[in-house]
Design a protein around this ligand. Structure first.
Ligand SMILES: [Zn+2]
Length: 133
């Protein structure tokens, strides 16, 4: 994992504060928007149990609780489109949307990964990223 991917997972696991974590990611010398969104997409798709639609109640709930106005473009895209289509559209947005996109996706991953850790992974799991310090 890259340093940014480690930070994303630490935020998901409450080892780094969410707001601080988003700031650290955006200001990181290795931050690259497309690479970071790609990492977040992989993490999010991995954490959704339904691999045919990549939909879940937790995923939709996560979108509805993103700490931004629900009218911002990335959230509108996430609400209106299926998971994979939404990610494709997010990658095409202009640079000034980057902060909102990363804010949204880190939140979604935090919510659904927390759900996964408290259910599927509760009795221990082989996910190495669930065992970082
Ligand atoms: Zn796990």
């Amino acid at each position: 994992m890259t340093e940014i991917e480690i930070i994303i997972n630490k935020v998901a696991q409450d080892k780094v504060d969410y707001k601080d974590g988003v700031k650290i990611i955006l200001q990181h010398p290795q931050f690259d928007f497309i690479q970071t969104i790609q990492s977040l997409e992989t993490f999010i798709l991995n954490a959704i149990p339904n691999k045919s639609s990549y939909e879940s109640e937790a995923y939709r709930k996560a979108i509805s609780t993103i700490p931004l106005k629900p009218t911002v473009t990335p959230i509108v895209i996430l609400n209106k489109n299926s998971t994979k289509i939404a990610f494709g559209k997010l990658k095409d947005l202009p640079k000034y949307e980057e902060e909102k996109i990363i804010t949204s996706l880190v939140w979604i991953f935090k919510v659904i990964d927390s759900e996964r850790r408290s259910t599927d992974c509760r009795n221990g799991c082989g996910h190495f990223w669930h065992n970082i310090d």
